[in-house]
Write a protein that binds this ligand. Sequence first.
Ligand code: ATR
Length: 273
Amino acid sequence: MSTLKAGVIGYPIHHSKSPIIHGHWIEEYDLTGTYETIEIAPENLKEDIQKLVDQGFHGFNATIPHKENIMALCDEVDETAKAIGAVNTILIKDRKLFGSNTDVFGFIQNIKQEVPHFDFKNKRAVVLGAGGAARAIVYAFKQEDVSEIIITNRTREKAESLIELAPDQVRVIDWESREDALKGADLLVNTTPLGMEGQLALELDLTQLPTHALVSDIVYTPLMTDLLSDAKAQGNDIVTGIGMLLHQARPAFEKWTGILPDVDDVLIKKVLS
Ligand code: ATR
């Protein structure tokens, strides 16, 4: 391909790890090009995206606060992004914008790489939280034939708004009763910021969680959250949060270059350092 021109838009954006990830792959696959952070204030979204088109960008990622608003500016949006209501990857082709969402792929592929023997089919999953990440994860569970998805969230109505994603599978329970949901669960995922550095702790006693259950956290600062270390101490398989971030970047890189890159230890170390 010609020299890659890509990046990530957000506001603020300096904290983004995406340039490290895509920069690693540009080097690894012997390509030339750049992947940069591009700060765009919400009120400038339309004009600034037009500038990227004019500058010959192949595409870009979108993060907070643009994931929802960018949808209306896309010429086409794929089914997954439509269902979730958020676009995180944009391919520019013939000056047209093609929006997609790679979080579903990222979440599932991370678990498949980390715990290859885990089978989602006919399992019972518990999801803590009901924000954007939870929407992608509930959609992912439906795709993987998880038979029961229990969502528990501080604001119950927000959890109920996720029922439409998988009406036959989703059941909502009160946040105060979250420990009861662990009984008989095969999968537990935290999508809240609880347990993240600088945030409140996630208060959750895992005693009722079967030891065969897989526990995943989307928080990755720290990498080993209290939830994950408690689960590990109990004998559960765990999956840390950094992998979802890395795996969701793979289909984006593929859209722009035709190469579906791998997540390896070198990349994980780079992103964590
Ligand atoms: P994202 O879109 O990245 O998933 P989000 O929309 O901010 O992030 O969602 C964060 C989730 O964590 C929400 O479900 C939020 O609960 P509310 O719907 O009640 O806001 C949950 N969350 C955040 N802080 C929390 C806290 N202190 N206790 C319990 N839940 C919390």
